[in-house]
Design a protein around this ligand. Structure first.
Ligand SMILES: Cc1cc2nc3c(=O)[nH]c(=O)nc-3n(C[C@H](O)[C@H](O)[C@H](O)COP(=O)(O)O)c2cc1C
Length: 329
């Protein structure tokens, strides 16, 4: 088992709109290193859930071979229990509760990171939900919505419930995805957490990973998001796996699989190309092609146009880990 060796687990972070079913299938068919994946959030919905499209994305028989944990967003206990029950019925043993989504239209409704300043509401929610869940529960949090003190107030509440893990994205909600991660804030939060803690945030290369592992030796689970999409060979390097003998060919296979899966799942060039262009904003950074090749791709209108631009960009192959100057989002 290549992934069981180093004594830690690597988990692909959920990226809503990006790491959906098609993406996961293509990605995990080509790239190694991850042990598991958390799916992008679905809304915990009270209405009859069985026929809903967002649950179809999670049908177990359609998934890649990697263990997948569905994630739910919401503050309504009834809805959460109902949606988790539908997922348990499909065979899922764990669901993850999103306490990190930073978008104001979510936080203003008291969902996602909007719950972080309200330990009392989190307590009421967990008190109602936990005894009725047919699955185990993990949570993904930030250090707070506006202050890293929020997580310290919240931790005693989380400590009262049997959570399988707490993944901490070491930023505040108001930072969105920008600005430095707060490692001191993470250290304080992790120390006060009695559950297994997973680290998340800007784990961008081997040097960052080595430094984090040295500073937080008790952390056994590491979640990587954007940086594993910018350079899909990063997870294998973090795991010290043997290098891919032909990374350029692997990137091409990944691209072709993803394109085929989107063409199968979506109707019309508009939808397919917009998903592909979004994916290119990530893995395009790991290609050696000049910036103008990516610009041509972003302008492509129909399938033929797109295929010519993609072929040209892929022809230059993998360039290795993106240069630090090109980073940041
Ligand atoms: C486009 C985008 C969509 C995201 N969607 C989700 C989501 O559905 N659920 C979630 O918990 N976090 C979501 N996140 C946050 C990531 O899972 C992760 O916490 C964040 O990107 C920091 O990790 P990274 O620096 O390794 O990317 C999203 C981030 C981005 C950039």
């Amino acid at each position: 088992m290549e992934n069981a060796t180093p004594g830690f687990r690597l988990v692909l972070a959920p990226l809503h709109g990006v790491t959906g079913l098609a993406f996961r299938k293509a990605y995990f068919a080509s790239f190694r290193g991850f042990d598991a994946c958390v799916a992008p959030f679905i809304l915990a919905a009270k209405v009859k859930t069985s026929g809903q499209k967002h649950l179809r994305e999670l049908e177990p028989e359609r998934q890649a071979r990697l263990p997948l944990v569905p994630q739910l967003l919401g503050d309504d206990a009834e809805a959460f229990v109902a949606t988790a029950a539908a997922l348990a019925g499909s065979g899922y043993r764990e669901v993850n509760w999103n306490l990190g989504c930073p978008y104001p239209m979510v936080t203003k409704k008291g969902r996602g990171a909007g719950l972080l300043p309200h330990p009392d509401r989190v307590d009421r929610f967990l008190d109602e939900v936990v005894p009725r869940l047919g699955t185990s529960l993990s949570v993904k949090v930030r250090l707070g919505l506006g202050s890293p003190d929020e997580i310290l107030e919240l931790m005693p509440v989380l400590a009262r419930y049997p959570l399988v893990s707490v993944t901490i994205h070491a930023r505040l909600g108001i930072q969105m995805y920008r600005g430095a991660v707060d490692l001191d804030g993470f250290a304080r939060a992790a120390e006060s957490c009695p559950h297994p803690v997973a680290y998340n945030g800007d784990l961008r290369d081997e040097a960052a990973f080595d430094a984090l592992r040295a500073r937080f030796p008790s952390v056994r689970e590491w979640m990587v998001g954007r940086w594993a999409l910018y350079d899909p060979f990063l997870p294998a390097r973090l795991k010290r796996l043997a290098p891919d003998p032909d990374p350029s060919a692997t990137l091409r296979t990944f691209h072709d699989d993803l394109y085929a899966l989107y063409r199968e799942a979506l109707s019309g060039p508009g939808h397919v190309l917009s998903k592909m262009k979004e994916a290119w904003t990530y893995f395009g950074r790991s290609l050696a092609c000049p910036a103008r090749a990516l610009e041509a791709l972003a302008r492509a209108k129909g399938f033929a146009d797109y295929e010519a631009a993609a072929g040209a960009a892929l022809a230059d192959g993998y360039r290795g880990s993106p240069a630090p100057a090109a980073r940041g989002r």
